[in-house]
Design a protein around this ligand. Structure first.
Ligand SMILES: O=C(O)CCC(=O)C(=O)O
Length: 305
């Protein structure tokens, strides 16, 4: 049987085995912003309410208008240092193995030979096992802003951290290095936090301000820089450079990408706040005990009681 057919069939088998898949892949197929909005309202009507009163109105308004809100100092230096030291002792895997049937090979970070641009990601249980990371995901300021934006109590559907390391040759292109829209739920936000200083050359994130409410370029594919320039104002293409500890909350239905890492490295934390737990690309069951006292509902994808 041709390779592609086998891969397609094994993907289908996975979808049918995973009860989250129907909702998740149906959501991916809905590209009309109007229909997505209607489905957001429907889903949120059956989702627990959250207290969003603490969210500053101007922050919420900015997030709605721009699709992004930036915090230059979300983490202090000592917390960044704690998280980095914790992560440096943990194994990573090559991001190319994310969906590999044979599973992920644990690697020691300092032993990976880097030739081309490489992305090395941490395992779910190690992320959920770090108090500082879980506390950051649950920080009251972030949760109230997210709640105000989603209009309900959020679910942390994904928590991740990965390195992007430059190689010598031309950088390997990953999907995320090209402009795209995420389709993780009918409404969602992502929080990114840099754990080292990031400039344009070491993998800065890029976001097209306002594209989360635009009906342009909504097809299910990636987009070239030229297409972005033809459809959006150049001044709205934000390159998010920043110091270690800075972070941004972003509606990544809006167009975004990571810039290729051509020198040095980037270590980033990434959190996804969704309407539901029905995300077929995240951990299938919780991986750590909730010893942190964080909200059981919001954290149910990663933490068990
Ligand atoms: O690594 C980045 O800055 C981009 C990540 C991304 O595209 C995504 O999370 O969808």
């Amino acid at each position: 049987m041709p390779q592609r057919l086998i891969a397609g069939l094994s993907r289908l088998k996975r979808y049918f085995r995973d009860r989250r898949a129907l909702y998740y892949y149906l959501n991916k197929a809905v590209r009309s912003p109007r229909l997505r909005r209607a489905l957001h309202l429907l889903v949120r009507s059956v989702t627990p309410r959250a207290d969003a009163a603490a969210a500053a109105q101007e922050d919420t308004a900015r997030l709605r208008k721009d699709g992004i809100i930036i915090r230059e100092r979300l983490l202090d230096a000592s917390t960044v240092d704690k998280i980095r030291r914790y992560l440096l002792a943990k194994p990573v895997y090559n991001l190319l193995e994310e969906y590999a049937e044979k599973g992920k090979t644990p690697l020691r970070l300092d032993e990976v030979a880097i030739t081309r641009q490489t992305k090395l990601k941490y395992f779910d249980a190690d992320i959920a096992g770090c108090r500082e990371i879980v506390d950051l995901a649950n920080s009251p300021e972030i949760l109230s802003l997210v709640s105000a934006y989603l209009g309900c109590k959020p679910t942390i559907a994904n928590m991740a951290a990965w390195w992007t390391k430059a190689g010598n040759g031309s950088p390997e292109k990953f999907y995320d290095d090209m402009f795209h829209r995420d389709v993780d739920d009918y409404k969602f936000l992502k929080l990114f936090v840099y754990l080292n200083d990031v400039a344009a050359g070491n993998g800065a994130h890029c976001f097209v301000r306002g594209s989360h409410i635009s009906g342009k370029l909504t097809a299910r594919r990636t987009f070239t820089d030229e297409e972005i320039d033809q459809n959006f104002d150049k001044s709205d293409r934000l390159v998010l450079t920043g110091k270690s500890g800075c972070g941004f909350l972003e509606d990544t239905w809006g167009l975004h990408r990571s810039m290729p890492c051509v020198e040095g490295e980037r270590l980033v934390l990434h959190f996804l706040y969704s309407l539901t737990s029905l995300n077929a690309q995240t951990t299938p069951k919780p991986v750590a005990k909730n010893t942190y006292g964080v909200d059981a509902y919001t954290n149910r994808v990663y933490l068990y009681p």
